[in-house]
Design a protein around this ligand. Structure first.
Ligand SMILES: *Cc1c(COP(=O)(O)O)cnc(C)c1O
Length: 357
């Protein structure tokens, strides 16, 4: 593989965190980063693994001004036998390419992206934590670097991957969260860029999320931008509703991010056969009505960071409904256990989801 490797001398490597209990999320980074440059006419070149360091960027770099910036998020898990593995990484790189295409950025070769990532993680393998629920978070990123102030697609880009050991998401137990339905702000609109992992989507969501938190809610529940009626996502996770015997999630209509955890939830629940799994529009009024008449059994978010995030309370137009008995539902719990068992190698992967390193 064409990949230059410049390792930090052992004596200059960082101290690893003494305790894995307070890793948190995204403040600690490993010793190296993986980088690659792109220039129109030349393509991708100069792939390298080098010391984790600040990057030099022109103040006119187009990503800063016009947000040609995309990312991915996946995790590397340590098994009981000490080996390490990734969960569905090709799906992340294929989605990365869809994001790139939507923002007029160059695609990566998926196999090269995966092989170079595996090589990188092998070098940093001591950084993959061992405690239950912890992992090494992988953040592939692409940004426009060309210095230019006219609005058009850039001709130069930087691809990089950084790695962050992260702690267990549920340190204080797997407890349901309360969410606020946003009636004023929207996350994305069909035809826009909400279905890809474009950096600008997250900037656009901050204001509403902060307002929800100030009102005492953990997350915001987004409605569609056109009718302000149909449910889209919760925070930065996809969302599922269990109505009696039917597990329902909004269809990917162009404004919803195609989550890999979402797909895994759909596949597993279909395989188990206990519930029908349906992708269809879900009106907020249906949710509120079925919460009140008892047909709404469970609500949960699904995403890489949280895996499964049970929802215990939904507030809409000043009215708050409780879901189930306020405890984590049986299906949410089963899905969390099954997905994490596969990720951490406690269970054999019969789906082809695991990529060993
Ligand atoms: C990343 C993300 C998700 C979840 O996707 P996964 O592939 O499951 O991690 C859902 N919604 C948004 C807006 C996201 O950015």
């Amino acid at each position: 593989m064409d990949l230059e490797i410049n390792l930090v001398p052992l004596e200059n490597r960082k101290e690893k965190p003494l305790s894995e209990d307070d890793l948190g999320f995204g403040d600690i980074f490993t010793d190296h980063m993986l980088m690659m440059d792109y220039k129109e006419g030349q393509g991708w070149h100069n792939a390298r693994i080098t010391a984790f360091a600040d990057i030099k960027l022109s103040p006119a770099a187009m990503s800063i001004h016009y947000a040609q910036s995309i990312f991915e998020g996946l995790k590397c898990y340590r098994r009981q036998d000490g080996e390490i593995q990734l969960f569905r990484p090709r799906d992340n790189f294929m989605r990365f390419n869809r994001s790139a295409t939507r923002l007029c950025m160059p695609e990566l070769d998926v196999e090269y992206a995966l092989e170079s990532l595996k090589e990188f993680i092998r070098i940093e393998s001591d950084w993959v934590p061992r405690s239950q629920g912890s992992s090494l978070y992988v953040r592939p990123t692409m940004m426009a670097t060309e210095p230019h102030l006219g609005v058009r697609p850039a001709t130069q880009y930087l691809y990089f991957v950084i790695l962050a050991p992260v702690g267990a998401y549920y340190k204080e137990g797997f407890n349901p969260i309360s969410i606020l339905v946003s009636s004023e702000y929207v996350r994305a609109v069909r035809g826009g860029v909400g279905e890809v992992k474009a950096a600008g989507n997250y900037a656009a969501s901050l204001y509403a999320a902060r307002e929800a938190q100030e009102k005492g809610f953990t997350q915001i529940l987004w409605l569609d931008a056109i009718e302000r009626k149909y449910i889209e996502e919760v925070g930065t996770s996809n969302i599922f509703f269990l109505f009696e015997d039917e597990l329902v999630t909004p269809p990917l209509g162009g404004s919803i991010l195609s989550g890999i955890t979402r797909l895994s939830v759909i596949d597993l629940t279909r395989k188990w056969g206990e519930f029908d799994v349906v992708e269809r529009p879900i009106a907020i009024d249906e949710v509120m009505a079925k919460a009140k008449n008892g047909e709404l059994k469970e609500v949960f978010g699904a995403g890489t960071a949280v895996v499964i995030s049970p929802v215990g309370e939904i507030s809409f137009h000043g009215e708050t409904v409780k879901i189930g008995d306020g405890k984590t539902g049986r299906l949410a719990y089963r899905l969390f256990e099954e997905i994490t068992a596969i990720q951490y190698g406690f269970k054999n992967d019969s789906h082809g989801w695991i990529e060993e390193i």
